[in-house]
Unconditional design. Structure first.
Length: 199
């Protein structure tokens, strides 16, 4: 089975995230995608993040009617810092017979070799890099070659239409009382309003 892991803060999850997952599934014939909201991220100040419970709930609501996409709380269940390599190793233990993939944005690829144990990530999973409409494929390809001079990595490009949305934009729009219709699933918008998030 081809299983892809898609991690992130998802604060909140939005239509761009969903587009990335569906594009990866279609292009590489993935059997399932597991969304992993970050637990104790080494790159973000948790004091400035929405609680894990809310982020997890929004992810579940967003993918509820999407075939073969589920949400995992694996990083929240661990009290230590949530490093990607450790999360992938846990999934490898859980699904030893699966072919693992890791979905990431092309912007993260630019500094991937500076992640914590990127070589273990590359050993554990094939890496699917999301290329959006405004990104130069040649630049991404050159970066992939550069990484492979440092350590072997199976990095593949996912061609994805650009959706001009980000979690930062959504949080800002909500604070300014601006419309967020169409930026994320309607039921996630309802959840945000019911719980008065990002006010």
């Amino acid at each position: 089975m081809k299983t892809a892991i898609f991690g992130g803060a998802f604060d909140p999850i939005h239509n761009g995230h969903i587009n990335m997952m569906e594009s990866a599934m279609n292009e590489y014939c993935l059997d399932r995608v597991i969304v992993v909201p970050s637990g104790h991220s080494p790159n973000k100040d948790e004091r400035n993040m929405t609680s894990f419970e809310h982020r997890f709930n929004m992810c579940q609501i967003a993918v509820r009617n999407l075939k073969s996409i589920t949400v995992s709380d694996i990083e929240h269940m661990c009290n230590s810092t949530s490093y990607t390599y450790a999360t992938l190793l846990k999934f490898k233990e859980m699904y030893p017979l699966d072919e693992l993939y890791f979905i990431m944005g092309a912007d993260s690829l630019d500094y991937f070799e500076r992640w914590y144990h990127p070589e273990i990530i590359a050993q554990t999973a094939a890496i699917l890099v999301i290329s959006r409409g405004d990104m130069d494929i040649d630049v991404i390809s050159a970066k992939i070659k550069e990484i492979n001079t440092i350590f072997p990595a199976d990095i593949r490009i996912v061609h994805c239409n650009k959706i001009d949305v980000s979690s930062t934009m959504i949080r800002s729009n909500i604070k300014k009382h601006q419309d967020i219709t169409g930026l994320l699933p309607g039921k996630v918008i309802d959840y945000i309003r019911q719980n008065e998030l990002y006010r």
